[in-house]
Design a protein around this ligand. Structure first.
Ligand code: MN
Ligand code: MN
Length: 454
């Protein structure tokens, strides 16, 4: 079957729109490098657009009508937003679901130690990473520290030009004879991912003077002491801003594009949505990268609870709304890489610049752990995209026995509704800096918008 490079047919005038969206998207990436920062950024944007908190409105016993915009935040790490449509809610919602957590290194609960006059922070990686990719890069520290007095200290070090950055060392090539013989999974092991945090001894201190020095700075600048690490969520991420990539500026290189590229476009789709027939919902969730478990993952109950809350405003049961709803699970897929072509089956792999990807099923081996979208539902999505000139492609995650992976689709499917994965192809997925194409991101935004307008 023939596929189309989405840039073909895009003249300068149309490309300007693609570039404008990409610029705004890069700002989104820069402002949200953790799930909490994403929620903060998004809540600011949606409140400015007239969204109001659903739990508050319920307390006041307010009625909702078509055009109303409401949202709810769960545990500071997920956000759900609704725009009320003109059709009764029993006809179901049109739902876009994406995730705002990305692979990274989390700081351990007892992380700080001194060795050979270095202060180091021990980490535990989050999500699937190639550990050897995370050494000798400028790294930033983001997150929160919950103090015993109940106050929360926000940390963000390494993003401003005059901030210091952190790093993980690697062995010099000259002495790597033994290391170079190791398997890639053993070259850098999990326990070797220790962040070098400082090296200047505190004057007058005899024992562990470097550690004392960094603790003094943390106390002065953030009011935190060593025990406060016990109740902290600190995430180590690549420092620096997203950049345009390629001489033709066709791509974006940046951290956390899985899955903030879909979170961003799903957010824009609901922000720009006008007078929808069906009620629209965008849900941006956490913990996808670790299997969607936990109280902020889509395996928990917060999604059906929030839909039930909304249904209650109309005197309806949640399940009558949920079963009638349809969802695009907005997540990225692996883009075909000509340098590493072997694990891909080209006819069924997604390609950069070939538009938004619809993935009928994910999983591994014999479709284990999958939500396999029905032919009927795929048929409707196909018709919708074609009717609105969305450049789109299908994509399977590599060769049949090449590996595999999942998304939130299966957890949404478990709620008893139609769902299919639709998202943006990504090159170097889960690397510190991932690559997307501007035009694919634009096509995802268009695809999500026509889904809401349907
Ligand atoms: Mn993902
Ligand atoms: Mn992922």
């Amino acid at each position: 079957m023939e596929r189309k490079n989405a840039w073909k047919g895009y003249d300068e005038a149309k490309s300007a729109k693609v570039d404008a969206l990409a610029k705004d998207y890069m700002d989104f990436l820069d402002n949200g490098k953790t799930e909490r920062e994403c929620v903060d950024t998004i809540v600011n944007q949606i409140e400015a657009a007239g969204y109001r908190e659903l739990p508050e409105l319920m307390k006041e016993g307010k009625k909702l009508s078509a055009g109303d915009k409401v949202y709810a935040v769960w545990m500071n790490k997920t956000v759900v937003m609704f725009q009320i449509g003109t059709k009764p809610m029993t006809e179901g919602l049109n739902i876009l679901g994406a995730h705002i957590d990305s692979p990274r290194l989390d700081i351990k609960q007892n992380p700080l130690y001194e060795d050979s006059d270095f202060a180091l922070l021990d980490t535990h990686y989050y999500g699937g990473i190639k550990k050897y990719q995370w050494v000798t890069l400028p790294l930033a520290l983001h997150g929160v520290v919950a103090k015993k007095d109940g106050s929360i200290v926000e940390i963000n070090i390494g993003e401003n030009e005059d901030d210091p950055v952190f790093f993980i060392s690697d062995l010099l090539i000259h002495l790597s004879a033994e290391q170079m013989e190791k398997k890639a999974s053993k070259v850098i092991e999990g326990e070797a991912l220790d962040l070098i945090f400082g090296s200047r001894p505190l004057a007058g201190e005899e024992k562990e003077a470097v550690k004392a020095g960094v603790m003094k700075l943390l106390a002065e600048q953030y009011g935190i002491e060593e025990e406060d690490f016990l109740s902290a969520e600190l995430e180590v991420v690549p420092a620096g801003k997203a950049r345009e990539a390629g001489l033709d500026r066709s791509m974006v290189l940046g951290y956390g594009q899985d899955d903030r590229v879909c979170a961003y476009t799903a957010l824009q789709a609901i922000l720009k949505c006008k007078d929808p027939k069906k009620t629209c919902m965008t849900i941006l969730t956490d913990k996808e990268e670790t299997g969607s478990d936990g109280n902020t993952g889509l395996n928990s109950s917060y999604l059906p609870y929030f839909i039930a809350d909304l249904a209650k405003v109309y005197g309806l049961e949640g399940r009558n709304v949920i079963s009638a709803s349809e969802c695009l699970s907005a997540d990225v897929n692996a883009a075909y890489d000509p340098t590493f072509s072997e694990p891909f089956e080209i006819r069924n792999s997604s390609q950069i610049n070939y538009g938004v990807v619809a993935t009928k099923f994910t999983g591994a081996r014999g479709k284990s752990g999958t939500s396999d979208a029905s032919a009927e539902f795929v048929g409707r999505v196909r018709k919708l995209f074609d009717e609105h000139n969305i450049v789109w492609q299908t994509g399977e995650l590599g060769k049949v026995d090449g590996g595999g992976g999942g998304t939130v689709a299966q957890y949404i499917a478990n709620l008893d509704m139609n769902v299919i994965d639709v998202g943006v192809p990504v090159l170097s997925m889960h690397a510190p800096f991932e690559i997307t194409s501007k035009i694919d991101t634009y096509m995802a935004y268009k695809a999500f918008s026509v889904f809401f307008a349907d």
